[in-house]
Unconditional design. Structure first.
Length: 142
């Protein structure tokens, strides 16, 4: 290897290492989704952990299985439960956000194919810095 190629390779490796170190390390734990028939709605749940050294901002979500939106369960008038868009979600360094029944969740609207137990639903979490996190949620009963 020539000296010039060696330096170029070293610079490329350093750039990759720097990029890897500066991006927050996001981890998804215990992802699962509810079964649903074609055209019905479902929801997905998990824990998102930020093991990085800087905060990240979750701005959206998508899925090939259905239209996906970030929702939050809320108490409406007269004790009726409802849902509303969750908006952006900041996850600080070392923090976690729980997507769980009765709280924050990924709403899957109008599924295109049946979501049967044991199948996998791919969900992509989108962050304000352009980073994405692909998560495979197993379809199961609550």
């Amino acid at each position: 290897m020539t000296n010039r190629k060696g330096w170029l390779l070293l610079l490329m490796m350093a750039a990759l290492l720097l990029a890897a170190c500066s991006r927050p390390e996001l981890q998804a734990e215990e992802p699962w989704a509810r079964p649903a028939a074609v055209g019905a709605n479902s929801a997905a749940y998990l824990i998102l952990r930020n093991r990085g050294k800087s905060a990240v901002t979750l701005v959206g979500v998508s899925s090939s299985a259905a239209t996906a939106e970030l929702h939050r369960t809320v108490m409406k008038a007269e004790g009726v439960m409802g849902m509303e868009p969750a908006g952006v979600i900041e996850i600080g360094p070392g923090e976690e956000v729980r997507f769980e029944p009765g709280g924050l969740h990924v709403m899957l609207i109008g599924v295109g194919q049946p979501l049967a137990e044991g199948e996998i639903v791919e969900i992509t979490f989108e962050f304000d810095d352009g980073q994405e996190l692909l998560v495979d949620a197993v379809v199961r009963q609550p």
